[in-house]
Design a binder for this molecule. Structure first.
Ligand SMILES: Cc1cc2nc3c(=O)[nH]c(=O)nc-3n(C[C@H](O)[C@H](O)[C@H](O)COP(=O)(O)OP(=O)(O)OC[C@H]3O[C@@H](n4cnc5c(N)ncnc54)[C@H](O)[C@@H]3O)c2cc1C
Length: 419
């Protein structure tokens, strides 16, 4: 019998367990998933919680029910992996031996990494929306916020879903306008990047949208600390940004056990080959989703596309054949822009987000880098696709590799490929 152990039963861990269970015989393979609890959270839904669009029951389901029969689910905290002995140590003292290990423990917001963030103002005037309880607390705070300075802030890159803070800003602006409060609230967007986003064409487009909405953009801001008494963000170069209500995305880090086990980099992301997702030292260890150090966006779409590749490679690897599939860093993300509209971006390691149509060239129905109602409806429909198609591991008619079909390359693009 061969043992496959998957650490983390979130988006990537659930998809890969469900897909591999169908492909690996019950007689030859046991598959075990380890996670802390039975609550699978649909994280893209957290964005809408502060604006009371989604409630708890729309975005939380039983983890057990998302995982197919024939996969053992262990509720425990991973404490350490001994990769030289092929053993996982759990917090309870239990150990799990493996022949193959897939690490899918994601990334976690770490407010403890910025001095002053977890001080007396945490959940009073300082909030996050990257956790469900943070998003729920922020909903209450927003409800009574009717004037002052609302600052949306990113502590450090990389973060999961790098467009989510922009989406929050656009939604907050539209929400304040709808409530007749926009003139009473100053909005600021504070980022460590040199623009609204990481890539030139998208950054220019999204930066222009912030400008149109009269959002003050503060760039290259590397936060050193927060002074809770004066309610200011302080940067390493001694700039200060005052706030009345701070919505921050704290430093994101991989799981602590990755660091303790010597499997990761300085942010505790598992070091893997960016095309095969195989660990750089241990041939029987793979990482998928936000937990890995691949230079792609940390996003559910990346988890989905890379799981497709990893499943095919894994089956070749365990059959003793060379792995022939190569992940290209494909990501696509809807960007909510308020007023029931959204943009869509589609990109990979080599190609930045470009304008055009998706998934069918010239037709769409989705538009790249353009605000449309169809994109917004796509974003809302995605929740149903997530629970009913993606998580169970059913095939989705979208290729895992990015396609240039339907994309236009503007002169300003740094993209190496052309349509
Ligand atoms: C506000 C927000 C909006 C987002 N919007 C989008 C979007 O629009 N589109 C998109 O593609 N992506 C979006 N994402 C990102 C997406 O949710 C993640 O990229 C995706 O969930 C990553 O999947 P994962 O399996 O790698 O990690 P997760 O789904 O986070 O799963 C990791 C699992 O590991 C478990 N775990 C961690 N450490 C341990 C341990 N020590 N012991 C046991 N278990 C452990 C956790 O409990 C968790 O269940 C958004 C995220 C947020 C926060």
């Amino acid at each position: 019998m061969q043992n496959l152990v998957i650490l983390g039963g979130g988006t990537a861990g659930t998809m890969i367990a469900n897909k591999l269970r169908r492909r690996l015989s019950d007689d030859d393979w046991t598959i075990t998933v380890v996670d802390r609890d039975d609550e699978h959270r649909y994280q893209p839904g957290f964005l809408f919680v502060p604006f009371e669009v989604y409630s708890h029951d729309k975005i939380v389901r039983s983890r057990q029910r998302s995982i197919t029969e024939g996969v053992a689910l262990v509720y425990d905290e991973v404490d350490r992996v001994s990769p030289d002995d092929d053993v996982v140590h759990l917090r309870s003292g239990r150990t799990l031996s493996y022949d193959y290990l897939v690490i899918a423990t994601g990334t976690t917001p770490r407010p403890d990494q910025t001095p002053g963030m977890l001080g007396p103002e945490w959940r009073h005037s300082i909030f996050d929306f990257y956790t469900l309880d943070g998003a729920e607390a922020l909903a209450t705070a927003l409800d009574s916020f009717d004037h002052g300075r609302l600052v949306v802030h990113i502590a450090e890159m990389p973060i999961k879903c790098p467009v989510a803070p922009l989406e929050f800003t656009f939604l907050a602006e539209a929400w304040l306008r709808a409530r007749g409060l926009r003139d009473r609230v100053e909005l600021a967007y504070v980022t460590p990047l040199d623009g609204a986003f990481t890539q030139p064409v998208a950054s220019a487009r999204l930066g222009h949208m912030l400008e149109e909405r009269k959002v003050d953009v503060v760039t290259d801001f590397m936060v050193e600390s927060i002074d809770p008494d004066r309610k200011v963000l302080v940067s390493y170069d001694e700039r200060e940004v005052p706030f009345d209500l701070l919505v921050t995305v704290p430093v994101n880090m991989g799981a602590d056990f990755v660091g303790r086990s010597g499997l990761g980099d300085e942010l505790q992301y598992v070091t893997v080959d960016k095309h095969t997702l195989q660990h750089t030292t241990y041939d029987n260890v793979f990482a998928v989703g936000d937990a890995s150090n691949i230079p792609a966006s940390k996003a559910g779409s990346v988890a989905h596309f890379s799981v497709e590749i990893l499943v095919r490679n894994f089956l070749e690897h365990v059959a003793g054949r060379p792995m022939t599939e190569s992940f290209d860093g494909h990501a696509n993300c809807f960007v909510e822009s308020g007023d029931d509209k959204a943009l869509l971006i589609d990109f990979n390691y080599d190609t930045e987000p470009l304008p055009g149509k998706y998934p069918i060239p010239l037709v769409g129905p989705l538009s790249l880098l353009e605000e449309t109602r169809a994109n917004h409806l796509g974003k809302l429909a995605f929740r149903h696709i997530y629970w009913n198609v993606l998580l169970p591991g059913f095939p989705v008619p979208l290729p895992a590799h990015m396609s240039m079909a339907g994309k236009r390359v503007p002169h300003t693009s740094t993209t190496s490929k052309e349509t």
